[in-house]
Design a protein around this ligand. Structure first.
Ligand code: NAP
Length: 145
């Protein structure tokens, strides 16, 4: 027999009950989040008062590019280590510039002295970084984004 394509409609009280359950869960599991929900800025509040060193992975991607833009613009961020996997197609610098261009993000931000764009792999020992970079990164004990 063919499976029925007709869905039984859920009653309004049942929907209301499920919505209430979901909101209760959201409230329960977000109470202690460092970023209050509803705020448009994804950088925690104490970034404004304590200079931060941040290790950001996947900065050539969509989310990563927007995060990198915010971090480079933030006066309270001292340094951004942007760690990305190597590619044989093009240099990391080219890929990051293209990622910014594609999204209409100001690529001049990438000239910032606080940006360290490095190739590496988090699953490898010392993230696959050279000793100097690893030393700097590990000393920083940065928040991971
Ligand atoms: N975009 C959003 O609005 C959004 C919202 C919430 C959550 N997320 C989550 O955030 C993550 C990133 O999303 P996105 O939209 O920015 O994706 P994306 O544009 O595809 O970017 C992915 C990034 O991760 C890197 N990457 C992918 N696979 C990797 C691997 N195996 N090893 C190392 N690096 C790897 C990519 O590097 P290459 O440049 O080398 O490919 C790129 O930098 C996803 O998990 C997504 O589900 C995204």
């Amino acid at each position: 027999m063919e499976p029925s394509l007709t869905r039984t409609s859920t009653s309004f009280p049942e929907l209301e009950r499920r919505a209430h359950e979901m909101l209760t869960m959201v409230s329960k599991y977000t109470t202690n989040l460092p970023i209050p929900l509803g705020l448009p800025h994804p950088i925690p509040g104490d970034f404004q008062t304590h200079p931060k060193i941040v290790l950001l992975t996947g900065s050539t991607g969509s989310l990563g590019s927007y995060l990198l833009e915010l971090l480079l613009q933030s006066p309270s961020v001292e340094r951004v280590w942007a760690l990305n996997r190597p590619s044989e197609k093009s240099s990391l610098s080219e890929r990051q510039i293209n990622a910014f261009k594609e999204r209409g993000i100001d690529e001049d931000l990438l000239r910032s002295a606080k940006l360290r764009l490095v190739e590496g792999t988090v699953s490898r020992e010392m993230f696959g970084l050279g000793e100097r970079d690893w030393y700097d990164v590990s000393l920083s004990i940065p928040p991971l984004l």
